[in-house]
Write a protein that binds this ligand. Structure first.
Ligand SMILES: *Cc1c(COP(=O)(O)O)cnc(C)c1O
Length: 367
């Protein structure tokens, strides 16, 4: 056998369900009268940026959002011609190349404005209370006036909410007021932004007053509802084969640090996935996988490449597949479960999945 005729891959498989992404897009689009920008940063939240972009565009999104211009170039290289906004780049980024590729750019400062090539379509970005990205409020009026003088098209004004996953937090009303004030300042400077945009997934689902002309949704496409109010569908399923099974006596220590001991005589199954593949080491205590329809606990610490599962007395053979997580309708753990076990948010689980997993796309027949 030559190296080119590699055997079929039999390791862990990550299935990406594009029909779930399409259904989530439709749910999000139905919750607003604003246009929908599909945010496909971080490789489409780990789902594959181009596939997620095409799916969302076919299901009701009208534009794409990414962090860096490198991510935008990747979408263009995949043949995607839809409008793209890139909002986080250093002043020295290749903005000319971006403008030539029809990529719109967020501008958070005078230094960024000065770096814009002639004719750039820009979105002025105001900080409304996160002290993260966006112009500081005291610098906003000067930025608007400079943009009015510059050889650019001010297509939009944008900001981002820091507390939208807690709809009752007073910071949301303050941010909304700051945004409306910022838009008024832009208009007084003579700017006529076509799109005002503030809401991401959580506010799209819970705060219609924040929708303006456009909502930017990312997590929701991936089935993550930070507001906890809407049933969205998880699009990822991770399956792993059992490499080996061993029978151990009660008290047998398992894994690094011997943090787990078999509570009784039991069978242990070895999975070829670990924290290098994105299963958080912190999740070890409490985490479960689904074996033959049963939830079985992870035994001991998750290693870099390996995870041990307590199979109890299930008659499982090496070679069988377990479900590490999925949408949850078959009783399997979900991404949200893994996030809870690791004391984090689902976003970190889906964007942390390793490149070693073999990825397979299912659904998306309309593409
Ligand atoms: C990631 C991001 C979004 C999308 O947020 P979700 O909560 O994932 O929908 C929107 N806007 C900005 C500026 C972002 O960084």
């Amino acid at each position: 056998m030559s190296l080119l005729e590699a055997p079929a891959f039999t390791g862990a498989r990550l299935l990406v369900d594009l029909d779930a992404v399409a259904a989530n897009t439709r749910t999000l689009a139905a919750s607003t009268r604003a246009a929908v920008m599909a945010v496909v940063k971080a490789d489409g939240f780990g789902h594959g940026a181009a596939a997620m972009a095409r799916t969302a565009l076919a299901a009701g999104a009208s534009s794409l959002g990414v962090t860096s211009i490198a991510e935008a170039f990747e979408l263009r290289a995949a043949g995607i011609t839809a409008p793209i906004l890139s909002w986080l780049n250093p002043v020295g980024a290749d903005f000319s190349e971006a403008v030539a590729a029809g990529i719109e750019l967020a501008v958070p400062s005078l230094a960024h404005l000065a770096a814009m090539p002639a004719g750039a379509h820009i979105h002025l970005h105001l900080d409304t209370g996160m002290a993260r990205d966006g112009a500081e409020p005291h610098a906003w009026a000067a930025l608007c006036q400079a943009a009015r003088q510059a050889d650019v098209q001010v297509a939009g004004v944008m900001s981002h909410l820091g507390c939208a996953d807690s709809p009752a937090d007073p910071a949301n009303a303050a941010a909304l007021a700051a945004f409306e004030g910022g838009v008024a300042v832009a208009r007084r400077a003579g700017l006529r932004p076509r799109v005002r945009h503030l809401a991401a997934t959580a506010a799209t689902l819970t705060a219609p007053a924040t929708h303006f002309d456009l909502v930017r949704v990312g997590a929701g496409l991936a089935g993550i509802d930070p507001s906890g109010t809407v049933a969205l569908r998880g699009a990822l399923t991770l399956k792993a084969p059992i490499v080996s099974v061993r029978r151990v006596r009660a008290g047998t220590p398992v894994g690094y640090g011997h943090t787990w001991h078999a509570p009784c005589d039991t069978s242990l199954g070895l999975l070829p996935v670990g924290y290098a593949d994105g299963l958080p080491r912190l999740a070890g205590a409490g985490a479960q996988v689904q074996v033959r329809g049963h939830r079985q606990p992870v035994a001991g610490r998750i290693s870099m490449d390996q995870t041990v599962v307590d199979l109890g007395d299930l008659p499982v053979a090496a070679g069988e597949c377990v479900t590490v997580f999925g949408p949850g309708d078959g009783g399997e753990p979900t991404v949200a479960d893994w996030a809870r076990w690791a004391a984090t948010i689902p976003h970190e689980i889906v964007t942390g999945l390793g490149s070693r997993l073999s990825r397979h796309t299912v659904g998306g027949a309309e593409l």
